[in-house]
Design a protein around this ligand. Structure first.
Ligand SMILES: *Cc1c(COP(=O)(O)O)cnc(C)c1O
Length: 463
């Protein structure tokens, strides 16, 4: 399979190149040249265990670049860290099904993709003998999932910057108590935006970037999207078998549009999905886009579902590329509008296509807290991100819906306490974490300080 850029100006890439590169050289995102059609395979797929289903779905995307037996081993290894035999189990609340995506090591759905990406990186680097130094900024969830994805791996080091004192104590400890020698936590004296700016500036220092072979693990990496397609198929089969229905919908708490974009791909590949409910909090840029046809950046609001507090939904570009008829020039001009005016418009035809697939919903904080409280009363504890998706599913009036549960409630204990009056219980993996030994370096709020830490750490390790 070849991967092409949404901006149309880069040479096609192989799977391995696409995974290593992340972003295309022309600034666009990489997408597969075409999608496999699984509509005639659904019966056969419907009885497979999660790992075997993943191998079937990955196979056309990876081709023979990695032997399928090896791909299966990587998948098995990646999900052996999950504490549920089903990997992503479904629980039921009347007709609503909740898909628990938080059984990985850091208790958030990002583990599903990052456990696999870590093993995939290791495989690729071992083969070609190169090294990768991952640099990233995090407001909490992505950093811990990325660190747990690559800890202890040969040929990979990770430098993860968080804003000092501005992530929750649990999130901080999930990162800084990982003591493997290839893991380096940096706490910057600033905000998340400062951390992100420093990372960007280091990447723009091309000499530095090439010298240390810097790489990224953010949600635009194709392999992350690919790994997320699997649980749509897996859970749909479980649900359709149980209720004897022929199609269903999903409700997805959305930030960067990575997770729900994987659902859209599953639909395109033949899974009978009626609607994808696109659930946002007060940061409702995607809700407004599908309602009005204009993608317009507003200020970011800090909410109780912080992993959805975004201004720019990077993966949306992949979807717009599709509905534009895969027209790189059209994307180039939309992105120019966005950079110059803070907005771009979809054509009437494009908006209609978006509405065919997505049902937009906006759920405010009050409604989110109320949803958490109601579910707690019937014995189900929800994290605030999951509650946004569930409220949106309730509002949709659609009968058959799977709502994605993207984080364990214990990760967002303050919000749970606020909604229900009771703090959530910690799962075993978090017990005692606040007292564990940790390691982290404080850096000044500029990119030179970040480069200095990387220089010192890697001195003598690079030939
Ligand atoms: C990242 C995240 C989301 C948003 O997912 P996107 O792929 O960015 O849309 C939702 N909930 C939680 C808990 C997350 O960590």
């Amino acid at each position: 399979m070849k991967y092409i850029s949404t901006r149309g100006q880069s040479e096609p890439r192989t799977f391995i190149e696409a995974v290593k590169e992340g972003l295309a050289r022309d600034g666009g995102l990489l997408v597969p040249e075409n999608l496999p059609d699984f509509s005639n395979e659904l019966d056969r797929f419907s009885t497979l265990p999660y790992q075997d289903l993943a191998a079937e779905i990955f196979s056309p995307f990876i081709d023979d670049e990695i032997h399928i037996d090896r791909v299966k081993e990587l998948i098995t290894k990646s999900y052996s860290t999950f504490d549920s035999a089903e990997i992503t189990p479904l629980v039921y609340h009347d007709r609503l099904a909740i898909l628990e995506l938080f059984h990985g090591p850091t208790l958030a759905f990002k583990d599903v993709a990052l456990q696999f990406l870590g093993n995939l990186f290791e495989e690729i680097l071992n083969k070609d003998g190169s090294c990768l130094n991952i640099l990233g900024a995090t407001s909490g969830d992505t950093g811990s999932a990325a660190i747990h994805g690559v800890r202890g791996k040969r040929n990979i080091r990770i430098f993860m910057i968080h804003p000092r004192g501005k992530v929750s104590p649990i999130q901080e400890k999930q990162m800084t108590t990982v003591l493997d020698p290839n893991v380096h936590n940096l706490a910057i004296e600033g905000t998340f935006d400062d951390a992100q700016r420093a990372v960007k500036e280091v990447f723009n220092d091309l000499d530095f970037r090439d010298r240390y072979q810097l790489g990224a693990v953010n949600s635009i990496n194709w392999a992350r999207v690919m790994a997320q397609i699997v649980y749509y198929f897996y859970s749909a089969f479980v649900y359709m078998n149980r209720f004897g229905v022929q199609n269903l919908s999903f409700s997805v708490p959305t930030g960067n549009f990575g997770d729900i974009y994987a659902g859209y791909l599953a639909k395109k590949m033949g899974l009978p999905i009626e609607k994808l409910i696109l659930a946002t909090n007060e940061n409702d840029i995607l809700y407004r886009t599908i309602k009005t046809g204009t993608y317009k950046i507003n200020d970011v609001h800090a909410t109780i579902s912080p992993s959805m507090d975004i201004q720019i939904a990077s993966n949306f570009e992949r979807f717009v590329f599709d509905i534009s008829g895969r027209d790189g020039d059209s994307i180039e001009s939309k992105m120019k509008d966005l950079a110059q005016n803070g907005e771009f418009s979809l054509s009437e035809k494009e908006v209609q296509q978006a509405r065919e697939h997505f049902l937009p919903a906006r759920v405010d904080t009050e409604r989110t807290l109320d949803t958490m409280k109601r579910y707690k009363a019937s014995g189900i504890e929800l994290d605030p991100h999951t509650a946004v998706g569930i409220a949106a599913a309730e509002d949709s009036g659609i009968e058959h819906v799977i709502a994605l549960a993207t984080a364990h409630p214990a990760k967002f204990g303050d919000a749970v306490k606020k909604a229900t009056g009771v703090s959530p219980e910690y799962p075993a993996s978090l017990e005692g974490i606040l007292e564990k030994e940790s390691r982290c370096q404080v850096v000044k709020n500029n990119y030179q300080s970040v480069e200095a830490v990387i220089d010192q750490t890697l001195a003598g390790q690079i030939t």
